[in-house]
Design a protein around this ligand. Structure first.
Ligand code: DC
Length: 223
């Protein structure tokens, strides 16, 4: 079994940036589970499958394989062998992912892949249900969050840099909607595990949060 650090939290809390940095510093593999859900959603979009049509999604899942590869420490997600890492960050994919990741058949498809990664390697894995569902025995669990306003501001700046044209208000509305869906779904909703360390990053920078995770790691291996 590898050393497992689980990071959960809402969209825009900084999970991936921080997990990537802490993984590089600690020599761990960073597993971005959101990317796996996004790859499935891309398949549904490409094949004209309605996110609400569970039967069609169940059938489609039998045709899909999602695998992870690492090049230079960076995770690449492959959809039926095609590297789709650069195609899964659009707003369209985000919206579809938020809907289809609520389905039990979709979550089941990815669960053992995620658990196998954690069994074989030292990992920092981020998502929504890692500490509660995927790795309930993780060595360290962190619940990372920030205020809605701060998360919207971060997403706004990020998309503007990439040439996006959404307004701050639109992004904030989208974040609230996605939070509501992720927290209220019947299966594996986003919530803080009882034994997770709660970190509000509204007033923390990336280095401060990564340093806190590394401190928790050193404390754990000493104990
Ligand atoms: O972390 P992200 O923004 O890439 O996640 C995209 C969507 O996938 C988001 O709506 C929540 C969902 N997701 C999930 O349900 N469970 C996970 N472990 C990771 C992501």
């Amino acid at each position: 079994m590898g050393f497992n650090i689980a990071i959960d939290g809402p969209a825009g809390a900084g999970k991936s940036t921080i997990a990537k940095k802490a993984a590089a510093d600690l020599g761990f593999i960073y597993v971005d589970t959101g990317a796996m859900y996004r790859a499935l959603a891309l398949y549904f979009i490409r094949n004209g499958i309605d996110g609400a049509d569970e039967e069609a999604i169940k059938n489609a899942l039998t045709q899909i394989s999602v695998t992870l590869q690492y090049s230079g420490g960076t995770q690449q997600v492959l959809l039926n062998g095609e590297n789709v890492s650069d195609l899964i960050r659009t707003e369209e994919v985000s919206r579809m992912t938020s809907v289809t990741s609520a389905l039990g058949c979709v979550r089941e498809k990815l669960l053992s892949l995620q658990q196998d990664m954690a069994a074989a390697h030292d990992v920092i894995m981020d998502g929504r249900d890692i500490g509660t569902n995927v790795l309930p025995n993780a060595d360290i669990k962190i619940y990372l969050t920030a205020s809605v306003a701060e998360r919207a501001r971060r997403r706004y700046l990020e998309q503007k840099q990439k040439g996006g044209t959404s307004s701050l208000e639109e992004i904030e509305k989208d974040i609230i909607e996605r939070d509501t869906r992720d927290k209220n779904r019947a299966i594996a909703p986003l919530r803080r595990a009882e034994d997770a360390v709660y970190l509000d990053t509204s007033d923390m920078n990336i280095d401060e949060v990564a340093a806190e995770i590394e401190r928790l790691y050193r404390e754990k291996i000493r104990s």
